[in-house]
Write a protein that binds this ligand. Structure first.
Ligand code: SAM
Length: 279
């Protein structure tokens, strides 16, 4: 019998890869994020935090990290996209223990409408609140967060900026998944309008087989400044708002991953900081 040659596979790394999995590898560092949250909470409060709400939770990886750290911890994740929550249920909640899963709830809601009980901590990470383009909407979100916190609760945000932040540019970064497969994360600042400070940004993924996942994620958001964010947080009633700025590793001339409360920062091309808003 003559054997037919095997059909040549047309599958590429891009076509076989899962965009949410790649995002988790390339963008998220939930261990460091929760380390910062726990350490800062311990410095500011003399009781353990129990209930954490993760706004804009996406795949809820951070909520899962929280419930995994203590049998007392519980978490609620809020996201308006049911498909990303489903992905989180299948891939992140499924690897929790049964007890951890019972302590983790996912809500498919707009963060402006969500009232899932009063949390010790609310997180809004990876600049998701930049999706509010107008001051009134950002104020409404911060007000809802304040109402969603206990009387000594804390809202943790991150923010980014620097003189390259409003530029049109692409920034590739080499990454690797848990199986040692290389890929490139490409952050694409596709447009910036100085009149309203709004910009189109995309995330693409590229692979060593020259395939590319184009616009795996796209955002249209406003590049808010730290003084604007701080002023609005104070306006809605947070009593204290601190900027935690990253220290410098002098030998390497780069960030050292240690964030401390600061009143002034360097005029870097790109920076990321935490904002800690206390009720
Ligand atoms: C930039 S991703 C952030 C994902 C994750 N929190 C992280 O740290 O990487 C933004 C997420 O916010 C969700 N989102 C956007 N607007 C929202 C809203 N008004 N209410 C709830 N979720 C929203 C999107 O569905 C998306 O999953």
């Amino acid at each position: 019998m003559i054997r037919k040659p095997a059909a040549k596979s047309t599958a590429t790394r891009a076509s076989c890869s899962d965009r949410h999995r790649l995002y988790q590898y390339a963008v998220q560092d939930v261990e460091s994020e929760i380390d910062f949250v726990e350490q800062t909470w311990a410095e500011l409060r003399h009781r353990p935090a129990v209930f954490l709400r993760e706004d804009f939770c996406g795949t809820a990886q951070t909520a899962c990290e929280w419930v995994g750290r203590s049998v007392d911890h519980r978490a609620v994740g809020v996201d308006s996209d049911p498909s990303v929550l489903d992905w989180g249920r299948v891939h992140n909640l499924s690897i929790l223990t049964a007890d951890q899963r019972i302590r983790t709830e996912l809500l498919n809601m707009d963060v402006l409408q969500a009232h899932p009980g009063q949390a010790d901590i609310i997180l809004a990470m990876n600049f998701s609140y930049y999706l509010f383009l107008h001051r009134d909407d950002l104020r409404a979100y911060f007000r809802n967060a304040l109402l969603g916190l206990v009387s000594d609760g804390i809202l943790f945000l991150d923010a980014y900026g620097g003189y390259e932040a409003p530029m049109v540019l692409t920034e590739p970064r080499e990454c690797q998944d848990d199986n040692g497969n290389d890929f490139t994360y490409v952050w694409d600042q596709a447009s910036f309008n100085p009149i309203d400070s709004c910009m189109h940004c995309h995330i693409h993924f590229e692979f060593p087989d020259n395939s590319r996942m184009e616009k795996a994620f796209s955002y249209y958001w406003r590049l808010w400044t730290l003084p604007e964010i701080r002023e609005i947080l104070i306006e809605v009633g947070f009593s204290q708002v601190d900027i935690y700025w990253e220290g410098t590793d002098e030998a390497k001339n780069e960030g050292n991953g240690i964030y401390t409360p600061s009143d002034s920062g360097d005029a870097d091309p790109g920076w990321v900081c935490y904002i800690v808003a206390q009720v």
